[in-house]
Design a protein around this ligand. Structure first.
Ligand SMILES: CC(C)(COP(=O)(O)OP(=O)(O)OC[C@H]1O[C@@H](n2cnc3c(N)ncnc32)[C@H](O)[C@@H]1OP(=O)(O)O)[C@@H](O)C(=O)NCCC(=O)NCCS
Length: 404
């Protein structure tokens, strides 16, 4: 018997949940105009509350989305957010109860995977979430950069309202090309994109191969100018906040565009893919400092058989992996993975791992060999590591690129 119970929230309880969550991040309640936008992001059946003594003391939520997996497929995905337990109720098992209910709830609605961004790395592994994508930050000294090449297409500045429409259309088309990317739900655009681009100094530029050709990429950026009246003023800095392109030509043209903007001294780009080849565009590659490689996506495989079947595998001999899952025990068992598909088997596993460790391999971010070296999995047959690495290998680093 616990001293709290978990319930699915209805729309009369969303604002209380929102205020509770903000309080756990030490923010005051949202003002009415912000709440109006946030309200739209509450989806029926996807917000849960923990109740004790007749009050809400904890909450979790998820947004409906899709996640791109290796091979070009997408799976139904719950983007977990607004996780918080009131400070006077922490460390009494409230989050664990919410997680248990939420994992089952998402799986029952057909979500194959869930992802989140972790405020602290110690929290989510126990619930089966593993780091599945990472990102990094770039800082470029623009005056030293000396790009090696010139644009081949046309980049034009657009106003924010037109820009949002173009970005939404392009994003849905462009993003699933890279495993780890997720679809952005309608309220993401109004809460995250529209709110930031409505601020002063945000600009957006769109690229096409030639004037009048279809748009094939966009960049959103913000410039903070130097305060020339101050003796210790910071350099004029351009921050790239969202950049997506269909082709390598479009990608290079968008970077060349921001590199070419006058009176900018520093360019920053946070949360970019690990394999984005910006330094190779530059005449002086040391003008680009790469920093802050960090965990991005924490992934939870809710339906292991469906998730394994949704991605493709590279040519290699099959491997049998054994999966442990305490929170969703239906997932536990042996899976034979081969280029022509995945089957559940009774065979003895060659590698045995917890579901959070499998999540880290799922999009190809880390190899089985690395995880074995760091003692994160049990190796029954050492020869299986090479086969598993070959099967799960991906040509591009997985990356999400959408903060929520
Ligand atoms: C993080 C948070 C939701 C945890 O809620 P909680 O109800 O205290 O968690 P539980 O009591 O269910 O803890 C479950 C386990 O996780 C551990 N844990 C929970 N939060 C932790 C933290 N921040 N750091 C380290 N361990 C943590 C607990 O010690 C416990 O371990 P045990 O099972 O070995 O005993 C809560 O502390 C909170 O709201 N923090 C501020 C907001 C926040 O960070 N939200 C997450 C946004 S991603």
């Amino acid at each position: 018997m616990t001293d709290h119970d978990i319930r699915v929230l209805d729309d009369s309880q969303y604002r209380t949940a929102h205020t509770l969550f903000r309080g756990t991040l030490h923010h005051p309640p949202a003002p009415d105009d912000t709440w109006k936008l946030a309200q739209e992001s509450y989806e029926e059946g996807r917000a849960l509350g923990a109740f004790a003594d007749g009050e809400m003391v904890g909450t979790v939520q998820s947004f409906p989305s899709h996640l791109a997996v290796p091979g070009g497929g997408v799976v139904q995905h719950g983007a977990v957010s607004r996780v918080g337990v009131r400070a006077d109720w922490t460390r009494r098992g409230v989050l664990s109860a919410l997680q248990r209910a939420q994992l089952r709830n998402m799986r029952s609605t057909g979500d194959v995977v869930a992802t989140l961004r972790a405020s602290e790395t110690a929290i989510y592994g126990r619930y089966g979430y593993g780091v599945a994508t990472r990102y990094r930050s770039l800082t470029i000294d623009r005056r030293r950069a000396a790009p090696r090449t010139r644009p081949v297409g046309r980049v034009r500045l657009v106003e924010s309202e037109v820009g949002e429409r173009i970005a939404r259309e392009l994003f849905d088309d462009l993003s699933p090309r890279r495993p780890g990317t997720i679809s952005r739900w309608p309220a993401w655009w109004s809460l995250n994109f529209r709110r930031s681009t409505a601020e002063d100094n945000y600009r957006m530029a769109v690229r096409s191969a030639s004037p009048g050709a279809p748009d094939d990429g966009y960049v959103v950026f913000k410039v903070v100018p130097r305060d020339y009246g101050s003796s210790d003023s910071k350099p004029t800095t351009l921050a790239v906040t969202d950049l997506w392109a269909r082709t390598a030509e479009a990608w290079a043209d968008l970077w060349l565009f921001v590199l070419g903007i006058d009176l900018v001294e520093k360019i920053t780009a946070h949360g970019r893919p690990l394999d984005e080849p910006v330094p190779w565009l530059l005449g002086d590659r040391r003008a680009c400092q790469v920093a802050d490689e960090d965990d991005e996506t924490w992934l939870r495989l809710l339906d292991v058989p469906a998730a394994l079947a949704a991605r493709t595998y590279r040519p290699a001999e099959p491997v049998v992996i054994g999966v442990r899952d305490t929170y969703l025990p239906d997932n536990a068992g042996s899976y034979r993975i081969a280029p022509d598909g995945v089957t559940r088997v009774d065979d003895a596993p060659e590698l045995v791992l917890d579901v959070d460790v499998l999540a880290s391999t799922y999009l190809g971010d880390v190899s089985f060999t690395t995880l074995a070296e760091t003692r994160r999995l049990d190796v029954v047959d050492p020869a299986a590591l090479e086969r598993a690495d070959a099967l799960f290998a991906v040509p591009q680093a997985p990356w999400c690129g959408t903060y929520f």
